[in-house]
Write a protein that binds this ligand. Structure first.
Ligand code: APR
Length: 230
């Protein structure tokens, strides 16, 4: 049975109405990245950072999973599937996916600024100044910001190195260490990249590039894999 590992980025949620980061009209427009997504930005203006993620939460609550997310659920009925996502939204889970590793954190979680292990669910859209952990410290979004370590990277690398088929969907592969996960795929691993604006990927003996949107490209590839290997 082929072991399938998927790496997703903002592109899989684009057709659900959640803006990607680097396409025109993207999320950072009007915002300096370091102002809203870095430890320095948080120190300088925590209200701005909270407002920014509150807006992202509002957007995510309005969004629905699309045919790309749904196709990955279908895939998991036929193969062992692990999803490594750079997305902080919960659309994979809401579509019904089970094994989802959020390497850049989760929009609907907060965590203590005193002890990163104190993590809490966020109900609704708002995290406010004055919301505190059980030890009395301000809560921040449980998001991995620029300049911060990626605590789940070892787990993600382990998964990627065991893939028989590695599928990359909707990511510009510009942000490391996540972008380096593709390099853990061995020479026998099939790599499939689905993105209307294909990112640069190193040569690989079994590389398939599909310049298509997630809602059409992912269901098609899922159908093909099920037909080919079942
Ligand atoms: N279907 C599939 N892919 C799409 C679609 C679509 N409908 N629309 C856009 N894309 C692709 C773009 O072509 C681009 O390659 O999605 C990709 C989005 O790239 P980015 O905006 O750079 O998002 P991502 O790669 O997920 O960013 C990585 O960087 O900003 C940080 O931490 C943040 O997790 C994020 C990380």
């Amino acid at each position: 049975m082929k072991n399938i590992v998927i790496l997703t980025g903002a592109g899989i949620s684009a057709e659900s109405g959640i803006n990607t980061f680097r396409d025109s009209g993207g999320l950072w427009e009007g915002h300096d990245v370091t102002a809203v997504a870095s430890p320095e930005g948080w120190r300088r203006n925590p209200q701005l950072v909270l407002d920014f993620y509150n807006m992202r939460r509002k957007d995510a609550l309005k969004a629905q999973p699309n045919a790309g997310h749904a196709a990955l659920v279908e895939l998991s009925k036929h193969f062992p599937v692990h999803i490594i996502t750079q997305n902080v939204d919960d659309l994979h889970e809401r579509a019904g996916s089970k094994n989802v590793l959020h390497i850049h954190g989760k929009l609907f979680e907060s965590r203590s600024t005193l002890n990163p292990r104190l993590v809490y669910p966020i109900e609704g859209w708002e995290l406010k100044l004055g919301d505190t952990c059980t030890k009395g410290s301000q809560l921040r979004p449980n998001i991995v910001w620029f300049g911060e370590a990626v605590p789940l990277m070892d787990d993600a690398a382990r998964l990627a190195s065991k893939a028989d088929i590695f599928i990359v969907i909707g990511t510009s592969l510009q942000v490391y260490p996540a972008a380096g996960l593709i390099d853990y795929a061995g020479p026998d691993t099939e790599i499939i990249v689905i993105d209307p604006n294909l990112p640069a990927v190193k040569k690989h003996p079994q590389l398939t590039l599909i310049a298509e949107k997630a809602t059409t490209g992912v269901p098609r590839i899922v159908r093909e894999l099920i037909e080919k290997y079942n």
